[in-house]
Design a protein around this ligand. Sequence first.
Ligand code: ZN
Length: 290
Amino acid sequence: MYNKKRHKLLSWILLLAVVLTILAPLSVSQAAGVGDVLGALTAPTAPSSDGGGILNTLFSFLFDKILGPILNIFGGGSTTTGTPPVKLPPSPSGGGPVIDSGVLRGKVIVVDPGHGGSNPGAVSNGTHESDNNLAVSLKLREKLRQAGAKVVMTRETDRTVAQAGSSLGQELQARVDIAEQNNADMFVSIHSNSNPDPSIAGAMTFFPSGKSSKLALEVQSGIVRETASVDKGTQPATFYVLRNTTMPSILVEMGFVTNAAEAAKLQNDAYRNRIAQGVFTGIVKYFQVN
Ligand SMILES: [Zn+2]
């Protein structure tokens, strides 16, 4: 009888956790409170509060192993309209001037082109997110290398990072592992966005709650300055690769493949180069003051 009651209670907690886990990442802006609570609960570094141990474990398990990876791979911050995200301060340089990229010398930077192989990410208007992500990432690699950084790519071709047959969670963990094993100074994940509303366009940058917000602001500012893209700002997010990397980390959503004009731009070599340049200058500026 006691066991039965307890079982019922656990079922309710499980159900609540599932609902919260689904709601939070899908409506970061609409329900920021829920997102923050969930992010805090599921963050690996979050101290477990008194009596919250089991619930924390439950949240972490549900998010890390089941829903987080699925939402991260297939959702990837696609529903981020609503209340306006954090807006950028005016650029101190105004754009244009040559920056001293010497601060990158010796820095280990992991560049992570999202998706790949059997997982193309968002597909729309004749383009695969995974292809755009890789093309921009390879350009970013060259810029970082020329400035003296040691760049580690999670993938350099159209493939998954984890071995074939791996779960979504394993695929994302494989990317985290590369960053951790290389003692990276920075982790930069490159993605393209999607939204059911084809009129939505623009770039945005996500960061793990509690850290990397300055990096996100610099990179977002760099992208907008270089591409004149719609500025959708920066936002904290609970994506797997952001929550589970210990170094400064960001996830860039370069633009929406579901917007016809932006999809065309994302496939344009010159535009891809401008995005890469924007991310690059943002990274340089971050290291200049951090
Ligand atoms: Zn993505």
